[in-house]
Design a protein around this ligand. Structure first.
Ligand SMILES: Cc1cc2nc3c(=O)[nH]c(=O)nc-3n(C[C@H](O)[C@H](O)[C@H](O)COP(=O)(O)OP(=O)(O)OC[C@H]3O[C@@H](n4cnc5c(N)ncnc54)[C@H](O)[C@@H]3O)c2cc1C
Length: 381
């Protein structure tokens, strides 16, 4: 990886990996067992500046860029993809979105708290009947004299059950279709908000996922993120960055699977020799390394391009599509390399196997990514 990153980004990655091994690893077991989010990790992450990464010091952030923020997620994913998911929802989906689209007053009000970790952030787009069809959301923000009345339900919201601040998407002008959507920043202490369900999951256990209800919540008009009616633009540009960010999470999973497999094949012997001597095992290692290298090149390029403000929709969809499918192949291959032991809870492989599956689904499924890539290709012609 060294040849792809400058020394500053390499250091960010190595420092975050050290913190993840020293401070986060110890919480993984209880997260798995109980499916709960250990609040102590929030403190450790905040202390190291990782909850404010990618946001200027002027707004209380620890500076850096999108690539640096994604590398923190990548490093954390080597220990716990679930923590990387929650950090991503806070940093990328909520905080970076407010930093990009918020008014100075919204930035002043929320960025310092989010960056210091005193506030937990989340992003609420998906609804029970509107997943892939994100533009089909029905949560209504009815304009009033001095703001909006928000009513509706959001589901699958990462950090939803513990969040203080939400980037929330709602319909302000139903007759205008995708041009009638608006993004808001809201607080979960405001009357009308309720967590109605904490969702239990196959993987990413310990990263809280919730169904949230809004019942005539009063939202002041100065809490619009961007401009009224520009919600679809905020959603789509946010999704591009989300895809690039979570591609790095997939890379972290691949790195860990390759490292653990390389170590195992040199220790485990069958037929009187280490597994590493068998060419069918070597094939798996070679495929994992090749896909990992390719995912890194594409993902880091997308993150760097996004930093310049360039539109990266197709490349970001390609990066996550490739990285997610590669991470799922890598967890499968690592499990196969570990044989029966890989199938047990004595090794962490099965946890990564379950966690990786989410990357095929969240931030628009693999099918939706392919549709988007093809649509952009055809439009380019
Ligand atoms: C753990 C977790 C965390 C999440 N975190 C968040 C979050 O923080 N915020 C948020 O807003 N959302 C979040 N999501 C929601 C996520 O983005 C959606 O689950 C995802 O977009 C898919 O929507 P759906 O689950 O409703 O599936 P559906 O849209 O119902 O899709 C079901 C299947 O049909 C396929 N399909 C749908 N339409 C088409 C089509 N046109 N052509 C071909 N195939 C199609 C899909 O690819 C999929 O395979 C999270 C989900 C999970 C599981």
């Amino acid at each position: 990886m060294r040849h792809l990153l400058d020394s500053e980004h390499q250091l960010i990655y190595e420092t975050a990996l050290r913190l993840a091994r020293e401070k986060l690893q110890q919480h993984v077991e209880i997260m798995e067992e109980k499916g709960v989010f250990p609040s102590a990790i929030w403190h450790d992450l905040a202390e190291s500046g990782y909850l404010g990464v990618g946001v200027d010091a002027a707004w209380g952030g620890s500076g850096g860029d999108y690539l640096g923020a994604a590398l923190v997620g990548q490093a954390i994913a080597r220990v716990s993809p679930a923590i990387a998911l929650s950090v991503g929802a806070h940093v990328n989906l909520c905080m970076h979105n407010i930093a990009r689209n918020g008014s100075p007053a919204l930035k002043q009000r929320y960025l310092p708290g989010l960056a210091s970790g005193s506030l937990v952030g989340a992003m609420a787009l998906t609804e029970p009947h509107a997943g892939s069809d994100a533009m089909g959301i029905r949560t209504r923000a009815e304009p009033t004299e001095d703001g909006y009345l928000v009513t509706g339900t959001k589901t699958f919201i990462t950090n939803g059950p513990i969040a203080d601040v939400l980037v929330l998407y709602a319909v302000t002008e139903p007759e205008r279709g995708r041009h009638g959507l608006t993004a808001f920043v809201i607080e979960t202490t405001w009357p009308g908000f309720q967590v109605i369900h904490s969702i239990d999951k196959l993987g990413m256990r310990g990263s809280p996922t919730g169904t949230l209800a809004f019942d005539r919540m009063v939202v002041p008009s100065d809490h619009v993120l961007g401009s009224p009616g520009q919600g679809s633009h905020v959603i789509m540009s946010g999704l591009d960055l989300e895809r690039a960010y979570y591609a790095a999470t997939a890379i972290g999973i691949m790195e860990e699977m390759l490292a653990q497999s390389l170590s195992y094949v040199q220790q485990r012997e069958q037929f009187g020799q280490p597994l590493a001597q068998f060419q069918l095992i070597q094939e798996k290692l070679a495929d994992m390394a090749t896909q990992l290298d390719a995912a890194r090149v594409l993902t880091y390029q997308v993150l760097s391009l996004a930093q310049t403000g360039e539109r990266v929709s197709r490349l970001a969809a390609s990066a996550l599509l490739f990285a997610a499918e590669s991470a799922n192949r890598a967890t499968n291959q690592a499990l196969q390399i570990h044989g029966g032991y890989g199938y047990t809870k004595d090794f962490p492989i099965e946890r990564f196997f379950r966690d990786a599956k989410l990357l095929d689904i969240g931030a628009g499924t693999n099918e939706i990514r392919r549709i988007l890539i093809a649509r952009e290709l055809l439009a380019e012609r």
